[in-house]
Design a protein around this ligand. Sequence first.
Ligand code: SAH
Ligand code: SF4
Ligand code: F3S
Length: 449
Amino acid sequence: MSTNQTRHILIQTYGCQMNVYDTEIMWRLLHPLGYRAAASEKTADIILINTCAIREKAEQKVFSFLGRLALLKQNRPQLIIGICGCIAQNQGKTLIQRSPCIDFVVGTHALFQLPSILDRVWNGQHRQKVYVDFEDHLIDVDLDHSPIMNTDISGFVTIMRGCNNYCAYCVVPYVRGREMSRPSDNIINEIKHKVSKGMREVTLLGQNVNSYGKREGMVSFSALLAEVNEIKDLLRIRFTTSHPKDLDMDLMDAFANLEKLCAHIHLPVQSGSDQILKRMNRKYTRKEYLAKIDRLKNKCPDISITSDFIVGFPGETREDFDDSLSLIRDVEYDSLFAFQYSDRDIAPASQFFPKVDDKIKRDRLIELLDVQSKNTLKRNDRCIGQCHSVLVEGKSKRDTDQWTGRTSGNKIVNFIAPETTNNLNAFLVDVFIEEACAHSLRGYLCHMK
Ligand code: SAH
Ligand code: SF4
Ligand code: F3S
């Protein structure tokens, strides 16, 4: 493609960090071919929607954006619209039947074919084609050769794709396929490359990072962490998500032994009731989960623990829900995400009964978040009067006199520094915490490392 043919693309990303990372891969594949970011929908030649299917609401957001694009296309018929990501993989052809404005559909497994697909669509061939086979799942094709343009201070690197756990409510195993781990050399090289471009904190991504390398007989996740810990100029390591059933002693030890590994674990529990955990196919009991939390707290007393909960799973009684509330009180999470259960056609729980009434789901969500908000404040209050190491990510958006960053425990900190202070971006600094708010901490710079 010659430069006078620059194609302007807008990629709209929904969903989890996996999708954010996949959008980055799309850019890495497309930028060397001359594709450039469009400033807005109006100036885009091509609009790609990287979609999420996890809950009905996530899908609704995508479809309302698509509705806007359909109107745009009425005035500009040459606009190319492509759907990728998890809804694409799941719904394939039916998407085009539902929204004829769509030019092509690329499933999660055809990500690396995007350049050739776009070329064909651009040249007027293969209109309204659908690429959703599971066979083309080659995890690292072209990735090693595709340049990293620029990177944030804190960035993502996917270490594995797919999921084998089949939780009864979840679409991920169906839209992302079987678990596949990337070779550790590729992961290390990518992190090193990003560090050379300015990244200082990496979050290793996978639906269940604890099972990294198991299927392929490669190094374990803890061994991978130890390798990443050796990377020069990388300051911090995070990971998400780990499944409680697979959290082992090696990983717990890593929190005590690896100085770059942040003191934070996201350990989604989903429910505090054994009956519901069983129906969800989570493969652990409340007792086993709590025992692991205790061990983690012993290994790393300062660890921040966060989680995901689902309220209103089919069959959830008031007693089951009370078990979730008591678990939240027992663990004292630093923060959590909670969702109303949402039926997904392809997930088995869509056939589970009795369904919980929508109003009850809404009320339970509010009640649960209320219980947690007390924990969050309590956990944030504990930081007052302490010095915390903060990786600075820039100036605060709200108040540009302040800097912003996160503690090792992943709490946002806004802080002041003397006007004469040099640029703090990408440095680890010590911040004295003076005040705790609902979602962040406030303080002042006390020491630069
Ligand atoms: N792999 C991660 C979770 C990925 S999905 C894990 O196992 O923890 C992120 C969260 O979305 C889940 O933890 C769950 O709380 C929520 N979720 C998934 N499917 C859902 C559904 N059908 N309805 C409501 N919440 C759902
Ligand atoms: Fe979904 Fe369960 Fe896999 Fe997480 S572990 S992605 S919740 S099936
Ligand atoms: Fe959504 Fe797909 Fe992530 S369904 S949560 S974008 S793996």
